[in-house]
Design a protein around this ligand. Structure first.
Ligand code: F6P
Length: 326
């Protein structure tokens, strides 16, 4: 995305800068110029994962953690960001990220800043766009992990549970399960009944298939837990002491079936390495379109992919919403 937008902007006589680590850099007014000259930092990055300007999670400038008297307090520091943008003479801010990033983008645009949002997350859960870039690479990695797990599952007649990312939406789990030939996908949108999973394993065994592969989203939730209040569920997750849901699924299953069960976590492996060609292609399309929005002074928008077309919708339509598997 950065390469595409910088190239298109440069072709139109516009200079680009990148705030280091995203919103944190905006708050601290820490930025670098981006350019695609022979030795420029925005050239040669097409096959690279991550971001050349870094990224920061939990950098909501409207509710920012600040240390005060040995305690962490949360403050609205967005006015400082607005001041930096104005003092730096920046005409338009591009915000690359998921739902949290775009919510802050909408709020900054309400404060008078020209903002254009771009949906970038492996979770594919930004509302109003069919695709977020990063997602397809993550699915490919998770599907390959499922392929590889088939070997031990088959040879050792085991049940393998692969946990993939997706706290609120099960896109990666569902799509990688289909692509990687898993028998079961557990996704946050459909609370699971462990007895149904055990039944599937037994059915497999009856047909002579002695192993079962389960793709489990990190936000998968049992039917019982889905009935808990938010507070009680949070306490339950905390009581796992860092052990993720896949281990709980394995323990619950072990009470119902005698087979050996193993858990594998795809974790941040899904979020790293070289992006697949589809993500490179889409990020480039998003970047070029974003630059044209800028040239047309069409601000307060999110670039989206909808019905095979790149377009823009008002940030207010997407902010604060997630796209779930329906
Ligand atoms: O939002 C993207 C995401 O990859 C989620 O799927 C995952 O829950 C989270 O980030 C992990 O964040 P961190 O890198 O902070 O552990």
């Amino acid at each position: 995305f950065i390469r595409a937008i910088v190239k298109t902007a440069e072709n139109n006589g516009i200079d680009c800068y990148g705030f280091i680590d995203g919103y944190r850099g905006l708050l601290e007014n820490n930025y670098v110029q981006l350019c695609t000259s022979a030795t420029g930092n925005a050239i040669g990055i097409l096959p690279k994962g991550g971001s050349i300007i870094g990224s920061s999670t939990n950098s909501n400038v409207f509710c920012y953690p600040v240390e005060e008297n040995g305690e962490t307090v949360y403050k609205d520091l967005s006015d400082k960001c607005v001041e930096n943008i104005k003092n730096d003479g920046i005409d338009c801010l591009f915000t690359l990220g998921g739902d949290g990033t775009q919510k802050s983008a909408r709020d900054l645009s309400l404060k008078g800043i020209n903002v254009i949002g771009v949906p970038k997350t492996i979770d594919n859960d930004v509302a109003c766009t069919e695709i977020t870039f990063g997602y397809n690479t993550a699915v490919a990695v998770a599907a390959e992990a499922l392929d590889r797990l088939h070997t031990t599952a088959d040879t050792h007649h085991r049940i393998m549970v692969l946990e993939v990312m997706g706290r609120y939406a099960g896109w990666i789990a569902l799509e990688s399960a289909i692509a990687g030939g898993a028998d079961v996908a557990l996704i946050p949108e459909i609370p699971y009944d462990i007895k149904v999973v055990a039944k599937k394993i037994k059915e497999n065994q009856k047909t002579g298939k002695e192993y079962t592969i389960i793709a489990c989203a990190e936000g998968a939730i049992s039917e019982e837990d889905s009935l808990l209040s938010k507070k009680k569920y949070k306490a339950k997750v905390a009581s796992r002491q860092g052990r993720s849901v896949a281990y709980e699924v394995a323990e619950q299953l072990q009470e119902l079936i005698p087979n050996e069960i193993r858990v594998a976590l795809a974790g941040h492996i899904q979020r790293g390495g070289n992006p697949c060609s589809y993500d490179r292609f889409m990020a480039t399309r998003f970047g070029v379109y974003g630059a044209y929005l800028l040239l047309n002074k069409d601000f307060g928008k999110l670039v989206v992919f909808d019905k095979n077309e790149i377009k823009a919708i008002p940030l207010s339509e997407t902010a604060g919403k997630l796209k779930f598997v329906d």
